[in-house]
Design a binder for this molecule. Structure first.
Ligand SMILES: Nc1ncnc2c1ncn2[C@@H]1O[C@H](COP(=O)(O)OP(=O)(O)OP(=O)(O)O)[C@@H](O)[C@H]1O
Length: 585
């Protein structure tokens, strides 16, 4: 049974409804009387009471329709209704006019001319026009007004006779039929949209529809549970994505950090006119913590390469040509020479700062981590750079697996490997896979230590001073030229990293606008003292295999003992023949 509520704009309709509802086996009909605002009040209550359809007439039906979501069936004024009312006034002597909405007036005018009735018809577009027309008609000598409830009430208020156009059996039966049709149509649409809505809520991803005002129009339960709205809408890469979708209509994906989660957001446009951006959120397997074996870095800094050395100048040129290809790059350099900075610059030039970098710490990764990398659906759709950090420290047993993994990486990604050492020796000793090396080192960039490109010191120092001035509000804005020259006399074993730290210390302690030569001298003599102490300390290398380390220790002791094998064997606690065997492996 279709639960139906009739909101009758005038009491007379109730009786007629009661009479004909008995014939309706599909409709369970309740009837209430209420015109305009009162009718709307009843309709709003009915929404909570679970009615399927509302039937009403004229202005009341239109008003209800604007405010509630239940389908509203209009009782039309039919030709029969018009003939009935026109016949009613046929014998009247008084001047009569009909005031009503165009749907009534047009039919009425035609009928009046067929029936040869002299009835003026005035068409109105809103209820507020009624009173003015009635006063005009009254001044012209009209005393009878035909119309709907609003018109008739207004006429009676100013002393005119109002005659209501009532609805007859035909209009009412037609409304009942329409109620059944509309209910059937709404049920199938509702069923379909309920299914879609349920699908939206059941999907294992947070989903949101964002409108042109950048507000969330709709979202699923998962979105409400998992995504914090404020950081989301404040994220610059998300607002850039929304702008591209809503203004240019493009579909796109980005990976970004929202709160403490790395998330890939796929976005596309839906709708024709009031269109919305749909955002689908996919959480990455990987976090953003650089201590993890594999982590994702977003909002990549795009640091310009500074310096006048030949290395910087030629690298700048080759980076430009790298942007057009995805070819794997191997960057080799001592600690602190700027390998990671250069990696970021190549990535940003190739894909832009908004694309993520997936960084694998090769000294920590396991087979499982590499499998996760391939399975991560977040990375399938995204353009990213896979950075293989400390590639020289990858375990030999994992090298074949890494080779298989990188061959299956999506074509939209590229690989940059970072090594602190040239790996020629390791390859020769079969400690590093030849195949893997040539797969990774299609292009090799060797970053010289800072001591071999002192020409870059001027530009680096200036860039660090500027950075410290703007970031920490330091007063120091420059360095005296003799102080700068002094910096160039030192070899910087910690490379750019150490230089950066030195400038930080100098500006921190500096009292003036310029860093003075005396301040540099004081700092460099401290550095020199530390270096001398380090030289005295035996260095135990932690790279390579146990066997490699053993060889280096034996060599060091031999050096210190002036190549005297007996003394070296004695210090190492082994006999001479064991030492000889170890040296000739
Ligand atoms: N072109 C450059 N302009 C300004 N600063 C730079 C540049 N290159 C490197 N740096 C700075 O030098 C420091 C070391 O750089 P980076 O971390 O890239 O070196 P790295 O070789 O990767 O170091 P590590 O081997 O210790 O990981 C960083 O603080 C970085 O900001």
């Amino acid at each position: 049974m279709i639960k139906t509520l009739v909101i009758a704009p005038y009491p007379g309709m109730v009786e007629l409804m009661k009479k004909y509802r008995l014939e309706q086996s599909d409709l369970d009909i309740d009837i209430e009387v209420g015109d305009l605002e009162k009718g709307l009040e009843i309709a709003k209550r009915s929404e909570e009471l679970g009615y399927d359809v509302i039937i009403s007439r004229g202005g009341t039906a239109s008003l209800i329709q604007q405010h509630i979501s239940i389908p509203v069936v209009h009782i039309d004024v039919t030709g029969y209704d018009m003939i009935r009312v026109l016949t009613l006034i046929k014998g009247m002597e008084d001047k009569a006019a009909l005031v009503g909405f165009p749907n009534i007036c047009q039919g009425a005018a035609t009928l009046c001319s067929i029936l040869d009735l002299h009835i003026k018809t005035i068409s109105i577009n809103s209820g507020s026009e009624v009173k003015e027309h009635l006063l005009q008609l009254k001044s012209e000598g009209y005393s009878v007004i035909i119309g709907d409830v609003v018109t008739v009430q207004a006429a009676e208020q100013i002393g005119m006779q109002g005659i209501l156009i009532t609805s007859g059996k035909e209009s009412i039966m037609e409304a009942f039929e329409e109620a059944k049709r509309i209910y059937a149509l709404f049920s199938s649409i509702r069923k379909e949209s309920n299914l879609l809505l349920q699908t939206l809520h059941q999907l294992p991803y947070p989903i949101a529809l964002i409108n042109h005002d950048y507000k969330i129009q709709e979202c699923n339960d998962r979105f409400k549970r998992e995504i914090e709205v404020d950081p989301l809408l404040q994220d610059t890469s998300i607002s850039g994505l929304l702008k591209r979708i809503l203004q240019e209509g493009v579909s796109d994906s980005i990976t970004t950090k929202i709160g403490n989660k790395i998330i890939t957001v796929h976005g596309f446009l839906v709708g024709d006119t009031d269109n919305c951006a749909v955002l689908v959120f996919q959480r990455s397997h990987f976090g953003s913590n650089s201590e993890e074996a594999i982590f994702v870095k977003t909002n990549i800094p795009h640091t310009p390469l500074v310096g006048s050395s030949e290395f910087v100048q030629s690298t700048k040129k080759s980076i430009h040509s790298l942007t057009t290809s995805n070819r794997p790059v191997l960057i080799i350099g001592e600690p602190g020479t700027g390998k990671e900075t250069l990696t970021e610059t190549i990535h940003a030039e190739r894909y832009g700062s908004n694309s993520p970098m997936v960084i694998a710490n090769c000294d920590q990764v396991t087979e499982h981590d590499l499998d996760n990398l391939l399975e991560s659906s977040t990375l399938q759709e995204t353009t990213f750079t896979l950075v293989l950090k400390n590639i020289h420290l990858i375990r030999p047993t994992l090298q074949q697996h890494l080779l298989t993994t990188i061959k299956r990486i999506p074509t939209k990604a590229s690989i940059i490997s970072i090594s602190e050492i040239r790996m020629g020796d390791q390859i020769e000793k079969k400690q590093f896979s030849h195949d893997l090396y040539y797969q990774l080192a299609e292009l090799t960039i060797r970053i010289p230590p800072l001591k071999n490109r002192k020409g870059d010191i001027d530009a680096l120092v200036q860039s660090f001073i500027t950075e410290l001035h703007t970031t920490f509000g330091k007063e120091t804005v420059g360095i005296r030229s003799d102080a700068l020259e002094k910096l160039k006399t030192y070899d910087w074993p910690g490379n750019i990293n150490q230089l950066r730290q030195a400038i930080g210390e100098l500006t921190f302690h500096s009292q003036g606008i310029f860093i003075e030569v005396t301040e540099v001298e004081r700092l460099l003599s401290e550095y020199q003292r530390d270096d001398d102490v380090k030289k005295e300390e035996p260095v135990i290398p932690l790279h390579g295999t146990l066997e490699d380390m053993e060889q280096l220790i034996i060599q060091k002791v031999l050096d210190q003992e002036g190549n005297n094998q007996s003394k070296a064997a004695e210090r190492l606690g082994i006999n001479r023949s064991t030492l000889w065997r170890k040296l000739n492996k």
